[in-house]
Design a protein around this ligand. Structure first.
Ligand code: FES
Length: 84
């Protein structure tokens, strides 16, 4: 699920009820990661299918490529994402 928070785009993933938030812009060519398919813990970019672990933000093919991840918690029914 894509979220726009300020000037930041976030991809929010729900893995078996556990939420993970990561940078929503793919480092390959700027694809919208939040619109990608989620297979287990793997988020697949909808443009050219680069894959990222939504828990770590690390690309499955090249561990030197990653997107930022952000802490998420739920308080009083609200999803809180800590963005630096
Ligand atoms: S823009 Fe994401 S794989 Fe190309």
């Amino acid at each position: 699920m894509p979220l726009d928070i300020g000037d930041q785009t976030i991809a929010l993933c729900n893995v078996a009820g556990e939420l993970h938030a990561l940078e929503g812009t793919c480092p390959h060519a700027g694809g919208p990661l939040g619109e990608g398919a989620l297979h287990g813990t793997t988020l697949v970019c909808p443009w050219h299918a680069w894959e990222f672990d939504c828990r770590t933000g690390v690309n499955d093919f090249d561990p030197d490529v990653s997107v930022a991840t952000f802490p998420v918690k739920i308080e009083a029914g609200e999803i809180l994402i800590e963005i630096p």
